[in-house]
Design a binder for this molecule. Sequence first.
Ligand SMILES: [Zn+2]
Ligand SMILES: [Zn+2]
Length: 94
Amino acid sequence: MVQYVPQLSALSVNEKSQIKGYLKKMPKQNYCIVEGEKMQIADYCTICFNEFGPDEKVRETQCKHIFHSDCIIIWIMWKLPRPHCPNCRQEFSR
Ligand SMILES: [Zn+2]
Ligand SMILES: [Zn+2]
């Protein structure tokens, strides 16, 4: 079975720049660093449902939810032009 995964190379220049704009607002960090800063934090990613490992790269959205960096990039590609948070459904602002 082949699953459809959006490819960055298949996107238009406009779409790529939109994605970059969203990602700029979600700094990439190590999970252990984010975890160390916060009292309460999800221990798994609600996009792939896998637990975060201490060395995994994650991104924190403006609504303070954490996802794997790779997962949130694919999510944004899927949800263009109006991506929202998979956790709380708040629309990401650019
Ligand atoms: Zn994930
Ligand atoms: Zn959220």
